[in-house]
Design a protein around this ligand. Structure first.
Ligand code: G3I
Length: 319
């Protein structure tokens, strides 16, 4: 069949996957699927702070560069993930007890070094702000950045990233915002107010870590209110988990959910694409975080296509 990446390109969107340099090196099936099917890559882990700046002022781009090199070799575009988050920060940062001036200068140094000096022109979009809201509800998460710098950390990070690479599309990325709810309402208000202040925010990432049967009915309508603000939207971390073991029926239901999410993106004119969070069920984060759940991706444990793959292919073939 025609690779997903080519089908997606016909619609002017990208179909992407989160990638991991260790698997790329070790597993030829993983490597083949990633290179053939996907037109965009996101680093699942290796562009986070603990990997990029393990010691203060000491940067290590070796793993991230493995991915970017693979992407360039395979004609794939690279999404950057992520600049400011509450997880996977190195100990020196998370336990550093820095005051506002010092933390601000640490933030500027990281963004300028990563987005500007190192990846400028090679990463087309950045999740500048990851998961700024609490797990549920409309409150901002009291992460290191908010506690020390106040809520203006968001505008400041976006401005800093924009100065570092004026061509990169800058995103706020979060989960449980796919439908209309208190969290997506709060994000909408935040996005609106940032745009009113002239802050360089270009897009919203809908992570879309979903369970089978639970694609929100109002996902299109919800994405459209953001594009009506002038933003683009992207499905950035799609996976659809099933209680294990997964039955044939559940795999078919999952395929329908994948079809729905891809169609939803195609129905929103400024939806730039869909990225799945991993390649096959063997490399998904789900089983280790949610014991008893899994089978969340379009390829199985051995990187053979599942019904979900066929559904994505069909959704992209006849829109
Ligand atoms: O690097 C260490 C390794 O040295 C150690 O031996 C091993 C033992 O457990 O752990 C390794 O770190 C793991 C890391 O992934 C790299 O594989 C961490 O334990 C594990 O917690 C970490 O999980 C990642 C998770 O983010 C951390 O928050 C997942 O792979 C990754 O898929 C997940 O991705 C996030 C997105 O960035 C943001 N949105 C939610 C999404 C799912 O949680």
């Amino acid at each position: 069949g025609v690779p997903l990446r080519d089908l997606a390109a016909e619609h002017g969107i990208r179909i992407g996957a989160a990638a991991n340099p260790y698997l790329l090196e070790r597993n030829r099936h993983y490597r083949a699927v990633l290179g053939e099917q996907y037109g965009s890559l996101t680093a699942e882990n290796v562009m986070k702070w603990d990997t990029l700046q393990p010691e203060r002022g000491v940067y290590d781009f070796s793993l991230a560069d493995t991915l970017v090199d693979f992407a360039e070799k395979h004609g794939q575009d690279m999404r950057g993930h992520t600049l400011l988050w509450h997880n996977q920060n190195p100990e020196w940062l998370s336990e550093g007890h820095f005051g506002p001036d010092e933390l601000r200068s640490i933030m500027h140094d990281h963004i300028e070094t990563v987005v500007g000096d190192h990846f400028k022109g090679r990463v087309y979009a950045w999740d500048v702000i990851n998961e700024p809201f609490r797990d549920s509800g409309g409150e901002l998460r009291r992460n290191l950045w908010l506690r020390t710098l106040g809520k203006d950390y968001i505008a400041e990070a976006l401005r800093t990233a924009h100065a570092a690479d004026p061509d990169a599309r800058l995103y706020i990325n979060d989960f449980s915002i796919e439908g209309r709810n208190a969290k997506s309402d709060a994000l909408y208000e935040l996005a609106k107010s940032l745009l009113e202040q002239g802050v360089p925010l270009h897009g919203i990432g809908f992570q879309s870590h979903l369970s089978v049967g639970a694609v929100p009915d109002d996902m299109v309508e919800n994405m459209r209110r953001f594009t009506d603000l002038g933003l683009e939207v992207t499905v950035t971390e799609l996976d659809i988990s099933i209680d294990m073991p997964a039955s044939e029926e559940e795999l078919r239901a999952q395929a329908e959910d994948y079809r729905t999410v891809v169609r939803n993106c195609l129905q929103v004119s400024k939806c730039t694409g869909v990225t799945v969070w991993g390649v096959g069920d063997a490399d998904s984060w789900i089983p280790s975080w949610f014991p008893g759940q899994g089978a969340a991706l379009p390829f199985d444990q051995d990187y053979a296509p599942k019904p979900a793959f066929g559904a994505v292919q069909e959704a992209l073939s006849k829109a």
